[in-house]
Design a protein around this ligand. Structure first.
Ligand SMILES: [Fe+2]
Length: 271
């Protein structure tokens, strides 16, 4: 068992360290900034220096919810999420964890944390919750991919080993019962690494008091052959990685393995 798998099994979360290149992180940051500049009617600069300033300006015109939706869609349309999953170390670790038939949830929503987010805004400053409450199945893994994370911004707070407690009773998006003793930890992660946790791991947002905005991508992945233990059949997943078995099925074209479907008639001998 590798370290990430071990941590995931025992603590309910793990980190794949340094698995995304700076080149790709910059490309994603630029894409985000360019979309914001475009919406503001500015000239596209290809320079992320003013990313946070631009965001605060756009927030005067659009809600944070709308901005998060728009930006997530753009990253999908520009194939930047597909590119993320092509990063060698990340892909190898995911294949080790869930097998080589991998799909990701298309309708994910970028998580922006700005210092203006108030504690009462539950949507942006989430209290302790399990993704299972929102339909994520036990067969899936939740990735948390920092895109713009600087010292002092905070990350997520995770309750260690809470995935072993099962489905936690909840109301109004927070637990109504918790064990008397538990251990919360702040996720120690930097740009270029990827955190992952189970659908039952309790976690919450840590408020960002930094002048710049924190950006992360919470993306659910699953092996598309695993049975659904949640609502994942209602969501759109995109297949991005195939095993030999899936490749062969696709090549043959149908589940009846129709004979000689892939060979021209004149190349077949009548016996
Ligand atoms: Fe969450």
């Amino acid at each position: 068992m590798n370290e990430v798998t071990h941590n995931l099994v025992s603590d309910g979360y793990g980190i794949i360290k340094n698995c995304i290149s700076n080149r790709l992180l910059n490309k994603i940051q630029k894409s985000i900034n360019n979309e914001i500049e475009d919406r503001l009617g500015k000239t596209i600069t290809n320079n992320t220096k003013n990313l946070s300033k631009n965001y605060y300006q756009l927030k005067k015109k659009l809600s944070q919810f709308e901005i998060q939706k728009i930006l997530s869609k753009r990253l999908v349309q520009q194939n930047l999420i597909d590119e993320l999953f092509k990063e060698k170390k990340l892909l190898e670790n995911l294949i080790y964890l869930i097998g080589p038939d991998i799909s990701y949830l298309l309708d994910f929503e970028m998580a922006i944390s700005d210092k203006g987010n108030k504690k009462e805004e539950y949507y942006y400053v989430k209290k302790n919750h399990q993704e299972f409450w929102s339909g994520m199945g036990l067969e899936s893994l939740q990735l948390w991919i920092p895109i713009n994370l600087k010292k002092g911004m905070g990350t997520l707070e995770i309750i260690k080993s809470s995935h072993e407690w099962g489905h936690i009773p909840h109301q109004n998006r927070e637990p109504i019962r918790l064990p008397k003793k538990y251990k919360s930890i702040e996720l120690k992660i930097t740009n270029g690494s990827v955190a992952l946790f189970t659908a039952l791991t309790l976690h919450k947002t840590i408020q960002n008091n930094h002048d710049e905005i924190r950006i992360a991508l919470p993306i659910t992945i699953k092996n598309f052959y695993y049975p659904n233990f949640g609502n994942s059949d209602l969501f759109d997943f995109k297949k991005i990685q195939y095993s030999f078995f899936t490749k062969l099925r696709k090549k043959l074209g149908n589940p009846h393995f129709s004979p000689f479907r892939t060979i021209k008639l004149d190349e077949i001998d009548e016996i």
